[in-house]
Write a protein that binds this ligand. Structure first.
Ligand code: ADP
Ligand code: MG
Length: 908
């Protein structure tokens, strides 16, 4: 029997069906133009591009030009790379142009899909960015698709780390630019630290197509991009604290796997205090609860987390004396990415490797806020639907599921659940044996390096030859993945290793051709290709005969999306295939999130040794558990973002101001406005409104004018004159300083003066902004204190941040004014020296920025682990100093479940 929902969908169609249907007429229009464009010569196709550009410049909308532009692009691609886009690919292209996420399965040809909206939007001349997850893919896709763009008369560029200035600028000036999200974000930050317009890399943020969009906008968006510089070395502290952790008794802490947190117990706090005293880390008489102990408590907490929550070969590996994090989703090494707030250093201390200095932030942006800069944003991926709400809410992106070119023939089996992990693995090995015997290629998905290696051992014992694809081999990833569809291949992979590389049944023809060409340079390429294609056709048929690619997952991931990605590796373009999940009651997800009900039902069934339960109900139940986790993770990301939004508004303002200054040749007026405001502030301070002349501190004002405005004027005499009020004084000070500045300008030469003003403005903004960033970080960590004072922490944060921003602007005005007041006219010699010095300073600053960016490029810093939902960033349940003043009857923030007054708040 059909449910009501299913029935309604049958009758009315889903919203997705309607979106797809609505775009069909556009596809029909493009198809109708196909003949016409096919009749054009290569030159005529190129001339079309010129014509479209002209029409766009004259105001014709891109929407109106879409059918013709797509028809031209389809024909161009057919001629340039031999691929004629399927109708569903045009559909995907349309949705991208409209600013959606096109969900298109693996192997549907998304690389080609992107060329359509890229071509169309490039006609505006404002540039298009195609965003990929790694540099290898940016280069590969750009090389491949530039043939299409070039054929149609458009330019293509690739941006990559370590590129020289000239070629990077050039790449950004191309019609279409391929780059990774990281490099785009870094270049944006870098641009905002430059002082010359001609040095900017990026143009406006016009249109972006983000490939593997879920990976970039959801998984990677958990970590902001940070450019930072090193601070002082505190290795000794880390080492000293690290030594303490192993001597803590078992009952000193509790570990909560669900929240990924570890908390000191009451006993633990006592033991810790004693240890710290004994080791001289806490002064005589001091307690953990003293404000002065905050730093030490913070580092002890980080050390405890380093020991208990970060396990070698799971969360990180040690390679070449460095602690390298592993992406929990992809299982890949995140080279250079570092945990922040001393956590990475704590792990380094634990592993006994060199402790690298902590960094301070010079500039920072989240991917959410970077990608919101674009006038139009779009994305594509095989798996977006499960996260549709987040895409909508955070990025305003709708998700449209594009039908596959051919019906999916893959069979997705119900999960098989075993009692123990051992039984599960035995069953897995058996299953692989069976598939291998008939030549069916198997892709085995695991959730960690450790597990992929365990499985590898089991397969070796069983005499099954296989490849392992995990963080340690990521260089050869593309190669191994391309082979994964060969007859009898067995490939073990951590979740999405090798993303972006298509698994073709029978292997990858292009790769085989390349290899053959390299090995047989004497044979004619065409002959070789023909031979290899024939061989490949036979191999492909054999693999299809054996059932196509078998995806065998050994665990369910926290997120359904990641499971779907794995499944989607099989059954591309209507290929036969099969996917199956092998689970056990001992799996992390089952242990931590499985419902009691599931447990009861399963144990009630009285499973026998080696037997599995397979039932659709189990799948449903697991998916519900996953959805719950996904929701919680989304809430956490939203909360982090709310806090970041506050700073983002400020950043936008500062960057905009900065940009305006860069674009203005004569900033004298800006400097003058600043000076006038400083004058007003000074007068208000020394001659407060509604006070009498005898209450004025004119001596103080006189001194301040000399000090800050660089003018020696008889304010005291002015104030003593009959009928003079603050307005008069302000006016006279304005005149006096104007005259002084004019004198300076005359001495410097007007042009030089403008140059000096500009540099001073920009340098001061940068310095102030950096200080502000650091202060905002501190604010964020202490704001947790106030959560328990019954006030809304976000509001508190906003208010304080606003106050700090006002202080930043005040300070900026004062510093610019004072600095300018102190610049004095000089002899020609001095003048030259001054200019040289300024240039040197600028160069030094630029160098520092470059070095920092260089560092950051490798070193992406991880956000502190997210606070549990409803809690604040900065709140740490192990660290009472972050709790503020909990109500005596409220539950204790440590999570013990006891009331505060009976727990940490107990009065001895
Ligand atoms: P996706 O990113 O969607 O997984 P890719 O862009 O990597 O897919 O393309 C997968 C394969 O499909 C590539 O080898 C490509 O050459 C091929 N392909 C794409 N579009 C077409 C087409 N219209 N006709 C034939 N082959 C195509
Ligand atoms: Mg792809």
């Amino acid at each position: 029997m059909l449910g009501i929902g299913t029935l309604a969908k049958k009758v009315f169609g889903t919203p997705n069906d309607r979106k797809v249907k609505a775009s069909r007429p556009l596809v029909a229009k493009i198809n109708a133009l196909e003949e016409e464009f096919r009749a054009l010569s290569d030159d005529q196709l190129r001339a079309k591009t010129e014509e479209f550009k002209k029409r766009a410049a004259e105001g014709e909308s891109l929407d109106d030009m879409l059918p013709e532009a797509f028809a031209n692009c389809r024909e161009g691609a057919r001629r340039a790379i031999g691929l004629r886009a399927y109708d569903v690919q045009l559909l995907g292209g349309i949705f991208l142009h409209q600013g959606n996420i096109a969900e298109m399965k693996t192997g549907e040809g998304k690389t080609l899909v992107a060329t359509f909206p890229a071509y169309l939007n490039a006609l505006s001349g404002k540039g298009v960015h195609v965003v990929t997850v790694n540099d290898y893919l940016a280069k590969r896709d750009a090389e491949w698709m530039s043939k299409v763009y070039g054929f149609l008369g458009l330019t293509t560029g690739v941006v990559h780390p370590g590129q020289d200035d000239m070629s990077k600028k050039q790449a950004y000036r191309c019609d279409i630019t391929y780059a990774t999200n990281n490099e785009l974000g870094f270049d944006y930050l870098r641009d905002n630290m430059k002082s010359d317009l001609a040095d900017l890399y990026q143009r406006e943020h016009n249109f972006a197509i983000v490939d593997e969009v879920d990976s970039i906008l959801i998984d990677e968006a958990r970590t902001p991009l940070i450019i930072s510089g090193p601070s002082q070395d505190r290795s000794d502290l880390y080492l000293a604290i690290d030594k303490l952790i192993p001597s803590l008794p078992e009952d000193a802490y509790t570990i909560d796997e669900k929240q990924r947190s570890v908390t000191f117990t009451e006993e633990g706090n006592e033991a810790l205090e004693q240890l710290l005293h004994a080791n001289g880390l806490l002064e005589e008489g001091a307690t953990l609860y003293d404000p002065e102990s905050t730093t030490i408590v913070h580092h002890v907490n980080q050390a405890l987390r380093a020991h208990k929550l970060f396990l070698k070969d799971q969360q990180y590996i040690v390679r070449n004396g460095e602690v390298v994090l592993i992406d929990e989703f992809t299982g890949r090494m995140m080279s250079g990415r570092r945990l922040s707030e001393g956590l990475h250093q704590a792990i380094e201390a634990k592993e006994g490797v060199q402790i690298q200095p902590e960094n301070v932030t010079l500039a920072q942006v989240t991917f959410q806020n970077y990608f919101r800069l674009y006038n139009r944003l779009s994305g594509m991926t095989g798996t977006a639907m499960t996260e549709a709400e987040e895409f909508q809410e955070i990025y305003g992106l709708g998700v449209v599921e594009v039908p596959t070119n051919r019906p999916i023939a893959r069979k997705d089996e119900d999960d098989a659940i075993y009692r123990t992990a051992r039984e599960k693995y035995e069953a897995i090995v058996e299953e692989i044996k069976v598939a291998h015997a008939k030549g069916q290629p198997v892709l085995v998905g695991t959730t960690s390096i450790e597990k992929s290696e365990l499985l590898s051992q089991l397969l070796t014992q069983a005499g099954l030859p296989h490849n392992v694809l995990n963080a340690r081999h990521h260089e050869q990833e593309a190669q191994i993945v391309a082979e994964a569809g060969k007859l009898g291949a067995i490939t073990i992979a951590t979740n999405m290793a090798g993303r972006g590389t298509d698994i073709k049944l029978g292997g990858n023809v292009e790769m085989k051709v390349m290899e053959a060409l390299a090995a047989n340079p004497e044979v004619h390429p065409d002959t070789l290709r023909e031979k290899i294609e024939a061989e490949h056709a036979a191999a492909e048929a054999a693999v299809k005969e054996a059932g196509g690619l078998f995806v065998l997952a050994t665990e369910r991931h926290e997120s359904r999306r990641i499971d779907n990605q794995l499944r989607g590796r099989s059954g591309r373009q209507g290929d036969p295939g099969r996917s199956s999940f092998f689970l056990s009651l001992e799996d992390d997800l089952m242990r931590i999130f499985g419902s009691d009900r599931l447990d009861k039902v399963l144990s009630g069934l009285g499973m026998k040794e080696g037997e599995a339960i397979v039932h659709p109900w189990v799948n449903k139940s697991l998916e519900r558990a996953q959805a719950k986790v996904e929701g919680r993770n989304f809430d956490m990301r939203k909360n982090v973002l709310k806090f970041d939004d506050v700073m983002n508004d400020q950043r936008k303002l500062i960057f905009k101001q900065r940009r305006e200054i860069m674009e203005t040749t004569d900033v004298a007026e800006i400097a003058q406005d600043m000076r006038y405001e400083v004058i007003e502030d000074l007068v208000t301070k020394y001659m407060p409104p509604k006070t009498y002349a005898d209450q004025w501190d004119t001596e103080g004002l006189k001194a301040a004018c000399r000090e800050q405005l660089g003018v020696d004027v008889p304010v005291d005499e002015w104030a003593a004159e009959e009928g003079v009020d603050d307005e008069h004084i302000i006016e006279r000070l304005e005149q006096a300083t104007d005259a002084a500045m004019a004198e300076k300008a005359a001495a410097f030469g007007d042009d030089n003066m403008r140059l000096i003003e500009k540099q001073i403005l920009l340098q001061t903004i940068d310095g102030k902004w950096r200080d502000h960033l650091l202060r905002m970080e501190h604010l964020r960590s202490v704001i947790g204190f106030r959560g328990y004072a019954q006030r809304d922490p976000l509001n508190e944060y906003k208010n304080e941040a606003f106050g700090m921003f006002e202080a930043l602007l005040d300070g900026l005005r004062e510093e610019v004014t004072t600095t300018l007041a102190r610049v004095r006219p000089m002899t020609e010699e001095e003048r030259q020296a001054q200019i040289a010095l300024l240039q040197q300073q600028m160069a030094a600053q630029q160098q520092q920025v470059d070095a920092a960016v260089h560092e950051a490029e490798a070193a992406l810093i991880e956000e502190p682990a997210e606070a549990p939902a409803g809690r604040l960033p900065g709140f740490d349940e192990n660290d009472p100093s972050t709790w503020g003043n909990p109500a005596r009857n409220a539950p204790c923030p440590c999570g013990s479940g006891k009331k505060f007054k009976h727990c940490h708040g107990e009065i001895a």
